[in-house]
Design a protein around this ligand. Structure first.
Ligand code: GDP
Length: 349
């Protein structure tokens, strides 16, 4: 897709994103995101063209995922880290995935008072979680938003999430490094840490280490030994040795540990790139994203099919009353979908 072939509105947005005027760039980012979030079929088609035209200008940022329960200190950390990185010449974007926002109508991560210093910094861009749709939809918008930020020249993109549902998996699946933030007392009760989430972590941060240094060190030892249990077999060949997730102490409030954190991030990226894993991770993420959207698109087209809609109430009633096996019901619905293809309308993924 050449920029010349774009819809005039998308063309103007692209020029603004790539231009040097900071104010225009921000405005263009907001417009691009609005276009990408639109459910109107014509907008979606312009947005797809815009994404394609943007793509050569994306991919150069470091994408950091961060997860932790509400109150663990994510926003305090992101504000401190963001300002530290901006001080080093980086431009920092912060995006959020908060699946609870679509259920409760209010976002845990959307509070406007969060990161107040970073929010007003001209080298930062903060966007709260999209507040509609299921996790798949919210994750989809966030992935596209990462590309917008990258095209606009942000070279560090932080995606944060609260530890609910599958949102950690979604964030780990769209970032280059996934960091898990814990409280010092978490180590005393390893049951509290979901094993599946631990396995996703490339790095564990124990925040609020200033409150109780002993508890924090204990947590560090507990979590380190737990992580060793999940670790792949030790490798004698250092060059190919798998990354062993470090567990580090942090005080986001006192901005203590930021340099160590950034040092570990750089070490991780160096190892990943040397082992060819960086590109592999991104390629896998792109293919997973594509497959997820195909599944979502097929599912929504299926549910929109009039033949399926017609049969749905009767078959679901039979399934819940135990008179029809779920597998038989699903086969009948799939057959109805196959025999009566629904051709009008677009597929929305
Ligand atoms: P979030 O919900 O994970 O974004 O957590 P916040 O960043 O909003 O932090 C929750 C509370 O913990 C706030 O009152 C912070 O000031 C406090 N806090 C965050 N980091 C630290 C820390 O390193 N030490 C201490 N003592 N308090 C912290």
């Amino acid at each position: 897709m050449s920029p010349d072939d774009l819809h005039p509105q998308a063309k103007a947005i692209l020029a603004g994103l790539l231009g040097s005027d900071g104010v225009v760039r921000r405005r263009s980012m907001a417009k691009a995101i609005t276009m990408l979030e639109s459910t109107r079929a014509d907008h979606r088609s312009w947005a797809d063209d815009l994404l394609t035209a943007m793509l050569p200008h994306t991919g150069r940022a470091f994408r950091l995922g961060l997860s932790g329960v509400p109150g663990v200190g994510k926003s305090t950390f992101i504000e401190a880290l963001g300002l530290y990185l901006i001080g080093q010449g980086h431009r920092v974007a912060v995006l959020a995935i908060d699946p609870s926002s679509s259920v409760s109508g209010g976002s845990i991560l959307g509070d406007k008072t969060r990161m107040e210093h970073l929010a007003v910094n001209p080298s930062a861009f903060i966007r709260p979680s999209p507040s509609s749709g299921n996790l798949g939809g919210v994750a989809e918008k966030t992935r596209e938003c990462i590309l917008v930020c990258e095209a606009a020249g942000y070279d560090v993109v932080i995606v944060e999430t609260v530890g609910v549902g599958q949102s950690e998996t979604a964030v780990a699946g769209m970032t280059d490094l996934f960091a898990l933030m814990q409280l010092p007392n978490a180590g005393d009760d390893l049951q509290a840490i979901k094993k599946g989430i631990m396995e996703l972590a490339d790095l564990v941060l124990i925040n609020k280490a200033d409150l109780d240094a002993n508890a924090a060190t204990r947590a560090q030892a507990h979590i380190s030994s737990a992580l060793r249990l999940f670790a792949p077999h030790p490798h004698t060949d250092i060059e190919h040795a798998p990354w062993q997730p470090p567990v580090m102490l942090l005080s986001a409030l006192k901005a203590a540990g930021l340099e160590d954190f950034w040092g570990l991030v750089q070490q991780h990226q160096k190892v990943q790139k040397a082992q060819g894993l960086f590109i592999q991770r991104r390629q896998n993420q792109s293919l997973t994203w594509m497959n997820e959207r195909i599944q979502a698109g097929l599912q929504s087209a299926f549910k929109e099919n009039p033949a399926v809609k017609h049969l749905w109430p009767e078959l679901t009633a039979l399934v819940v009353s135990g008179r029809l096996a779920p597998s038989t019901a699903s086969r009948r619905l799939l057959l109805a979908n196959q025999n009566h293809p629904h051709s009008s309308g677009d597929i929305h993924a």
